[in-house]
Design a protein around this ligand. Structure first.
Ligand SMILES: [Zn+2]
Length: 298
């Protein structure tokens, strides 16, 4: 009898804990902040500047960043072909090239440094110059190591590159911890794909392009900020997942526990599981005692 109760209690508690963990994937509303400024042309020229003379330089960073640029191009093209209202997004393209020498006339310059020491946890930075509502140029600096001096993994390197290129496209931060535009990336072990939320944000940054191929500030009407994903667009990843499912789940959990609500949820789940263990061991002890007693009665 006691054993049956124990099993029922354990199942109930585990179901409750599973519901709490399930909350990780649930999100009431997906939203993203975007800049007021926009690029006034459709092809964004990106220059990657390798730091070959530096002892910390890892050439893999170039390929990872080229791939990050292509992920944006693919995600924007997929979104444009799926959602008719954003079809004009198919005209927006990042054109990337690599040069160690001085090169001019690019829109976005991506360079690397060993690490950021001024702000713990910073692994990438984007600085934009703007003039009367238009973005004039953009400088992205990516770190080779974290603020403790530990080299970043390929997944973090690429994730940070995707995130910073998102800033170069006029996005700010998303409210969802599994989105590549969420403001934390330090514990990533898998690359977060670009989402419909990110592409929708870029579509809004370039909304002038839905009227004409020529930039006209009057076609860049102010939008509400942050932008919420419209109800007819589901939150989805636009790039095919590159990592195994387990890696993505672990990454997702790690990111979630870093958020304030994730931290509260982790404490709740921990207390529930702790309670289950205490009750289970108490009932097990009681059941044994009961057994011993009935044996001694024989
Ligand atoms: Zn950011």
């Amino acid at each position: 009898m006691a054993l049956r109760k124990l099993v029922a209690l354990c199942l109930l508690s585990l179901a409750f804990a599973a519901c709490a963990v399930g909350e990780i994937e649930a999100q009431a509303e997906y939203s993203i902040d975007i800049r007021d400024e926009t690029w006034d042309h459709s092809t964004i020229r990106v220059l990657l500047i390798p730091q070959e003379d530096e002892p910390w330089w890892d050439t893999a960073a170039i390929n990872l960043t080229f791939q990050a640029v292509e992920m944006w191009n693919n995600a924007l093209a997929t979104f444009a072909s799926t959602y008719q209202d954003s079809a004009y997004l198919s005209n927006i393209r990042l054109n990337s090239t690599e040069s160690a020498g001085a090169a001019r006339n690019f829109d976005v310059y991506i360079s690397w440094r060993e690490q950021f020491t001024d702000n713990a946890g910073t692994v990438g930075r984007t600085q934009l110059t703007t003039l009367s509502g238009a973005i004039e140029s953009c400088n992205i600096t990516l770190a080779a190591k974290d603020s403790f001096g530990i080299p970043l993994t390929d997944a973090v390197n690429q994730g940070v590159a995707i995130h910073e290129i998102g800033h170069a496209l006029g996005l700010l931060h998303a409210n969802y911890s599994d989105d590549v535009m969420f403001n934390q990336a330090s514990l990533d072990i898998s690359v977060r794909p670009i989402s419909t939320l990110d592409a929708y944000g870029v579509a809004q940054v370039f909304r002038w392009r839905s009227f004409s191929s020529q930039f006209n500030p009057s076609n860049q009407k102010p939008e509400s900020n942050p932008l919420s994903l419209p109800s007819d667009i589901g939150y989805e990843y636009l790039n095919p997942p590159q990592q195994d499912t387990l890696g993505r789940i672990v990454s997702s959990l790690l990111r979630y526990v870093q958020t304030p609500e994730g931290l509260v949820m982790s404490i709740v789940v921990f207390i529930i599981l702790f309670g289950v263990v205490i009750i289970a061991s108490a009932l097990y002890g009681f059941a044994r005692q009961h057994k011993d007693k009935s044996r001694s009665h024989k």
